[in-house]
Structures are given as structure tokens and as C-alpha cells.
Design a protein around this ligand. Structure first.
Ligand SMILES: NC(=O)c1ccc[n+]([C@@H]2O[C@H](COP(=O)([O-])OP(=O)(O)OC[C@H]3O[C@@H](n4cnc5c(N)ncnc54)[C@H](O)[C@@H]3O)[C@@H](O)[C@H]2O)c1
Length: 465
């Protein structure tokens, strides 16, 4: 079922006139997604209240400080709080009076299973119900298994409010830009009765969401109005595709390793084909973070429940290939030392799952560091942003913030997060002046192998001779 958006033009005009272009919004869940969303919505003129159950996060946000590292977020927060348009609270009653309530709480992998844990989504919705008024719109942004909106809807509709699913595609490290200038907006509509939701609820939710995102809509951003299931699936399908692309090139890296081929040249060559494209064809230690790994697992679990497990059975393989690349990086370090890393000093460059983020959830970088330490290496981890988070989860590792101090006297250097500080700004000559050994393992294929070899280093890449 899809809803042609053109039918709603008149209603949209009416709402815009009523609201004068700005409205009061609630954002429930102020983590990597929600805090950015709240700040971005305030920056385009809305009055936004961000609500979270974590008082430490709310304290920091209320001072205009970002509780995590995300480029440009702090400026946006500080500006929003100073303007009076952006506030944060742990008190759900402050949601009362908002026209749209965004749900941005976490949907982590369940303990002991692959499915998504919807405890936080259910908890947030239940806590919000007493404050909903007829005409309000609840807009789910969290990534959820298909069918979740249909499960949640009856409770929300009983208050006279409408439910839409409005998945989020932001990339950590680019979250502010991606929120203010999204490459597309997707709004899934529905009603548990199966009838046209606007007719039943009297609220044109698609028009309201167009008004929320007015600058992006005015700039011509594709605005796709669809049904709940499609909107839910768009998000997991996008992540499944991206994960598959990464694991595809990593599978090619595995073949390259036994044939003497170079996967980076292979990626360049196939990437020139516009049907394929070079992006997301970087072979290395694979993907991680708070989204891709848990999203492909939750998709597999949901497909099994729907009796269509075989349709996405390849995602198990995508996951397996991805995890094998971490083994391979560890194996390369061990091989470099002739079979044992015991008491070897290894500098690990990176802890975050990707550069420009302090997110260490399911970080392949940190996983490699932990495994090397488990094999008896004397591991020193450095990262420009993620050390505090990494230390909390893995206090057994040694952390040094200063890159040069971290590599001083190292027997080997292992690049696992492609921050510019390591990939572009660390020359082999400079590294040589600090380290004890000359072994470099490039877990992201981000370094100039020839330059490192020319400077006397033994270079190991992923899927490269
Ligand atoms: N991080 C990303 O890059 C990204 C991108 C797109 C989609 N998503 C999706 O967005 C959702 C949130 O992800 P995240 O990375 O921001 O997670 P996160 O863990 O950083 O943030 C979730 C927040 O929700 C809060 N919370 C939990 N229960 C609550 C409740 N009942 N009321 C209010 N707050 C509550 C937590 O305290 C936490 O601050 C997930 O579904 C994720 O898959 C994330």
C-alpha cells in the first residue's frame, strides 16, 4: 500500500499556514541519533525538547555540550540551547504540547540472540502515551524489525495520535550534515484499521513531516511517502546492501590472499564500472559500530520469523566474512613475528569503529587490540576520540592519547581505524624515528605500501601481496 503524496498538497498548505513554518517537537532518546536530530531540528527553527532516561547525558546536553564526539554537534547544541529553542530533560511530561514526537531510542541486539531488543522502544512509547493528544504524530526513527509499527500503533491510535515510521540514514562522523541535508526522507504511514490514516485520524502526517523537514524539502530532497512496512524495510535493506558490499570485497581479499592478487587494485578496476562504483569497496578489517552488525542480524532473525529466512540467508555469510577479517588481521601480526606476539610491544592505531567518531560499539579495531592482548602482546591503543569509551569497556588495555608516545618503542604498528592522524599524517620516516621494530600491519589498506617499504618497513595489508 502506498500513499500518493500529491493528494495531500492542500492539507499541507493549510498546516504550514497554521504553524508559520516552525513547531514544537519532542525527541525521545538522545544518543548518537537523537541528540543530533534534536539539535538539527532546533537549528532549522523548531522548538525542540530532547528527553532521555540518562541524567548524565541530559545534564551535558542542557549545558550545550555533546556527550559523545560528533563533528559540528557541539556548535549546533550550544547555539540551540542559547537560542532557547532547544532544551533537554528526563521528564517525559515535557513531551506534552509537542506536535511531533520522534522515537530515537536504541534497538540493540538481544542478549543471547540475533533479534533486535525492542524493550527501549516499547518503554519509550508507553511512557509517552499519557502525554499524547489527538492530532499528535509519533514518528519512529529507530531502526526496527518490519512489523514493529503495526505492533505499536493500537496503543498510540487509542490516544487519537497517528504513528509514522521515518527511518534515519545518518552516518556517524557526518551526522550533522546528514541530518540537515539528508539524501532522502522516507515516511511510512499506516493505520491499524487498514484505512487511510489521514481519513481516520484527521491528521495528514506526511504533510506535517514535510513541514518539519521544510529546508530539505524546499531543496528538492526526495521525499518518499510509503507504508509502515516499506519504511521499516528501507532502512534494514540499505544497511544489508552496504554490509554485503563490504563483505563482498573482503571475500575477494580472501581469494587475493591465496593467489597473490592485490584486492585494492581489483577494487579500483571493478569500481570504474558505474554499475558497481568504488565506494564501500575498501577491503580491510570489516564493518562494526552500533548499526550494521546488529541490523543485519536482526534482519535475519525477522526474516526467519516471517518464514523467509532463506531470502536473506546470505547475510549470515556477510557477517561471517566480516568477522573473519578480524582474525586475519591478528594472524598477520602473529605471522609478522614468526608465530608469537608474546611480550611484543604492539601499537594499535585506532579504537573507534570508524574515524570521526568515538563509537566503539562492535568496533573491529578494538576487537583486534583485545585479541592481540589475549595472545600475550604488550598492546598500547591510541585514538583521537574513543579512548574514554574504550577504557570503560576494556580497562585491561593500555591507552595513550598521544600518537607518537603510543608508537614509541613499539615492535609493530597496527592501523585499524583510518583517522587522518594515522593514514595521512604519519610518515614512515617519522614512525621509524620512534619505534623499535619496522613491522606495519595496515588493517584498512589506507597506507602507501610502497612508501613504507621504501623506508625499510615490512608492510602487511589486507588482501594484498
Ligand atoms: N548511530 C547511528 O549512526 C544511527 C543511524 C541510523 C539509525 N540509528 C538507529 O537509531 C537508534 C538509536 O541509535 P543510537 O546510536 O542513537 O543509540 P544510543 O544508544 O546512542 O542512544 C539511545 C538513547 O536512548 C535512550 N533511552 C533508552 N530508553 C529510553 C526511554 N525509555 N526514554 C528515553 N530515552 C531512552 C538511552 O539512554 C540512549 O541515550 C537505533 O535504533 C539505531 O539503530 C542509529
Amino acid at each position: 500500500m502506498t500513499y500518493p503524496d500529491s493528494d495531500r498538497k492542500d492539507a499541507a498548505t493549510h498546516i504550514v499556514a497554521d504553524l508559520g513554518g516552525s513547531m514544537r517537537l519532542t525527541v525521545i532518546g538522545c544518543g548518537y541519533l537523537g541528540a543530533v536530530h534534536a539539535a538539527a531540528m532546533a537549528s532549522i527553527g523548531h522548538e525542540v525538547v530532547g528527553i532521555d532516561v540518562d541524567p548524565r547525558k541530559i545534564d551535558a546536553l542542557s549545558r550545550g555540550e555533546a556527550p559523545f564526539f560528533e563533528p559540528d554537534l557541539e556548535d549546533l547544541l550550544a547555539g540551540g540551547v542559547a537560542s532557547g529553542r532547544l532544551s533537554f530533560t528526563t521528564d517525559m511530561s515535557q513531551a506534552a504540547g509537542s506536535r511531533v514526537h520522534f522515537i530515537a531510542v536504541g534497538t540493540p541486539q538481544q542478549q543471547g540472540g540475533y533479534a533486535a531488543d525492542l524493550t527501549y522502544v516499547n518503554g519509550a512509547v508507553d511512557a509517552l502515551l499519557p502525554y499524547l493528544r489527538p492530532g499528535d504524530v509519533v514518528a519512529g526513527k529507530s531502526t526496527v524489525p518490519v512489523g514493529t509499527a503495526a505492533e505499536l500503533a493500537p496503543r498510540i491510535e487509542a490516544t487519537g495520535a497517528a504513528l509514522v515510521w521515518n527511518p534515519e540514514f545518518l552516518r556517524e562522523g557526518w551526522a550533522v550534515k546528514d541530518t540537515v541535508e539528508p539524501d532522502r526522507l522516507v515516511v511510512g504511514l499506516g493505520h491499524s484499521s487498514g484505512a487511510d490514516p489521514a481519513a481516520v485520524t484527521g491528521t495528514d502526517a506526511a504533510a506535517l513531516l514535510r513541514e518539519v523537514y521544510h529546508p530539505a524539502v524546499a531543496a528538492g530532497t526526495p521525499f518518499i511517502v510509503t507504508d509502515w512496512s516499506t519504511a521499516e524495510l528501507v532502512k534494514v535493506a540499505a544497511n544489508a546492501f552496504l554490509a554485503t558490499k563490504i563483505s563482498f570485497i573482503n571475500a575477494m581479499a580472501e581469494i587475493a590472499e591465496v593467489t597473490g592478487a592485490d584486492v585494492t587494485q581489483l577494487a579500483d578496476a571493478i569500481g570504474h564500472d558505474v554499475r558497481i562504483g568504488r565506494r564501500f569497496l575498501g577491503a580491510g578489517i570489516g564493518f562494526g559500530g552500533g548499526c550494521l552488525p546488529k541490523d543485519i542480524r536482526a534482519f535475519s532473525a525477522r526474516a526467519e520469523e516471517l518464514g523467509r529466512g532463506e531470502s536473506v540467508a546470505f547475510l549470515r555469510e556477510v557477517d561471517a566474512i566480516n568477522l573473519r577479517r578480524r582474525d586475519r588481521a591478528v594472524e598477520l601480526v602473529v605471522q609478522a613475528f614468526g608465530g608469537s606476539v608474546f611480550e611484543k610491544r604492539v601499537a594499535v592505531l585506532g579504537a573507534a569503529f570508524k574515524p570521526f567518531s568515538d563509537d566503539i560499539r562492535d568496533s573491529p579495531a578494538l576487537d583486534v587490540a583485545v585479541r592481540l592482548r589475549g595472545l600475550g602482546a604488550d598492546v598500547v591503543v591510541t585514538d583521537p576520540a574513543a579512548i574514554d569509551n574504550a577504557r570503560r569497556v576494556h580497562p585491561q588495555l593500555t591507552y595513550i592519547t598521544d600518537r607518537d608516545e603510543a608508537i614509541r618503542d613499539a615492535d609493530a604498528v597496527v592501523l585499524v581505524t583510518e583517522w587522518d592522524e594515522y593514514r595521512r599524517q604519519l610518515s614512515p620516516e617519522h614512525a621509524s624515528s620512534l619505534t623499535a621494530g619496522r613491522i606495519i600491519v595496515d588493517g584498512r589498506n589506507g597506507l602507501d605500501a610502497a612508501a613504507w617499504r621504501a623506508a625499510g618497513w615490512t608492510y602487511f595489508g589486507m588482501g594484498r601481496p
